[in-house]
Every structure is written in structure tokens, then in C-alpha cells.
Design a binder for this molecule. Structure first.
Ligand code: ZN
Length: 255
């Protein structure tokens, strides 16, 4: 095993509706950068329960292209009825999805996220939550590190992946460093010098996960953050795949 990419997007819709999107390309380019498995993320902010189910089904169909390579994260909407959230979470988990994605639909401090956090804890799967620290052009409900920390404190039995190390910056790392139920992924915009080293020092290498944010960012450039980081080889292997394998419980699936 070389690497598991915890943060890869697909276009959210049916492959037939997006003839320009090639799932094969998502895989071939990852392979070229030494990546053995990727977690596919979808989005569903503001959609109906029917449309959300459709989007999660699209992810399931893409996984079927190569179930040994593609892993899936379901989207759950905090604006939906808690009974539907639970039902859809169970359905997706039974179909093999290993994580939940949250974007910028509601801020992490909003109590309506509660049923999603509880469903993830019950199913024992982590939530990968979009986070970014912005002073300008912030989305209305966008979460930063302090918002993720607030949510993680309210739900100590749920595991959270704070997305975008470079987006949340040193301040975001400081927000979550004392919370053992929060991990961080290494992606987010342009790389700033020694951010991976900073996260390892403050959170421990066991709580840092390699992620690319492909196709918004390039696999090769993003994995370079980890391959070139000044950390012990053992830590690098943890960041590249061991932590993700443990967090997503992939022991039986690893090649
Ligand atoms: Zn992303």
C-alpha cells in the first residue's frame, strides 16, 4: 500500500448526465501518483430527499466501477427530517459507504447537524467536514476550525475529519489539537511551507490524513506535500495510508 486519498470529488450527478466526466481518468491519474484507493465525495446542499438519494446512488454506481479502488462518502442534509437522515445513513452504510461528507450547507455549530453526528456515531463512520478560515468571501454558513471544534466537543463519540489543512491554517490546527476525535486532511489551496510538519507537531502524525481535493487540485502536487515533508518515515506512512485505513476500518479490504 502506498497511499489512500481521503478527499476526491466527483460531479455529483449520474455518469450519463455528465458525458465529459471520466471516472477512469480519476483513477488513472491517481494511480500515476502512487495512490491505491480514493474516497469519493459528493455534495447535496439544499436538495430534496429524492435528489439526495439520487446523488448517493451515483456515488454507489461509481464505486461499482472498481470497488477495490473507490471508496464512498454519503452526503446527508441537516435540513432534512431526522428520520430520513437516519434511514438514508443506514441505507448508504449497508451499501458499503464508509464516511459522511458535510459541506457549507449549515455551519458546524448549528444544532441541526446533531442527527447527522449521531447517525455517524451509531454507524461508527467518520464525517469529513469542509472547513476553511476566511476573512473575505466566506460562504454564509462556512465552518472554520473553531466551528469544527465546537461540533466535536458536543459529539465526543463521533469522529470528524476537518478538511483542508492549508485552508484552516495554523489557527485551525490549534482549534482542534486537544480534541482526540478530530483528524485533519492535508489539502486546501496552495501549499504553505511546513504545514504538514506543524500539524504533526501539534496533533500527532496519527491524526493527519493525506487528501488531494482532486480535481480542483492535482494529485501529484498534493501528495508532494506529504512525500516532501520533513517527518520520520513512520509518520509519513501513517499520513499516507495507515491512519485512513484505521479510520475507515479498511483492514479487510487492503490489497
Ligand atoms: Zn474538496
Amino acid at each position: 500500500m502506498n497511499a489512500i486519498d481521503i478527499h476526491v470529488h466527483h460531479p455529483w450527478t449520474d455518469p450519463q448526465e455528465r458525458p465529459d466526466y471520466e471516472i477512469g481518468r480519476t483513477k488513472a491519474l491517481a494511480r500515476q501518483s502512487g495512490i491505491d484507493m480514493v474516497l469519493l465525495l459528493t455534495g447535496g446542499g439544499g436538495v430534496s430527499p429524492e435528489e439526495l438519494r439520487h446523488r448517493n446512488d451515483c456515488t454507489l454506481r461509481l464505486i461499482e466501477e472498481d470497488a477495490a479502488f473507490f471508496l464512498g462518502a454519503m452526503y446527508l442534509s441537516p435540513n432534512h427530517d431526522p428520520a430520513f437522515i437516519r434511514e438514508e445513513a443506514s441505507r448508504c452504510a449497508e451499501a458499503g459507504m464508509v464516511a459522511v461528507k458535510q459541506g457549507t450547507e449549515l455551519n458546524a455549530r448549528d444544532e441541526r447537524i446533531g442527527p447527522i453526528a449521531e447517525a455517524a456515531a451509531d454507524l461508527d463512520i467518520p464525517i469529513l467536514f469542509h472547513a476553511w478560515h476566511k476573512t473575505v468571501e466566506k460562504f454564509a454558513e462556512e465552518s472554520d476550525g473553531s466551528d469544527i471544534a465546537h461540533l466535536a466537543r458536543r459529539h465526543p463519540g463521533t469522529r470528524f475529519i476537518m478538511a483542508h489543512l492549508t485552508g484552516v491554517g495554523r489557527r485551525g490546527v490549534q482549534d482542534v489539537e486537544d480534541l482526540p476525535n478530530v483528524w485533519v486532511d492535508t489539502c486546501g489551496g496552495w501549499y504553505a511551507a511546513e504545514m504538514v510538519e506543524y500539524a504533526v507537531r501539534h496533533m500527532g502524525a496519527e491524526r493527519v490524513l493525506y487528501g488531494s481535493d482532486y480535481p480542483g487540485r492535482d494529485y501529484a502536487a498534493q501528495i508532494g506535500r506529504v512525500l516532501g515533508a520533513n517527518v520520520p518515515e513512520e509518520d509519513r506512512q501513517n499520513i499516507l495510508w495507515r491512519n485512513a485505513a484505521a479510520l475507515l476500518k479498511l483492514d479487510s479490504q487492503l490489497p
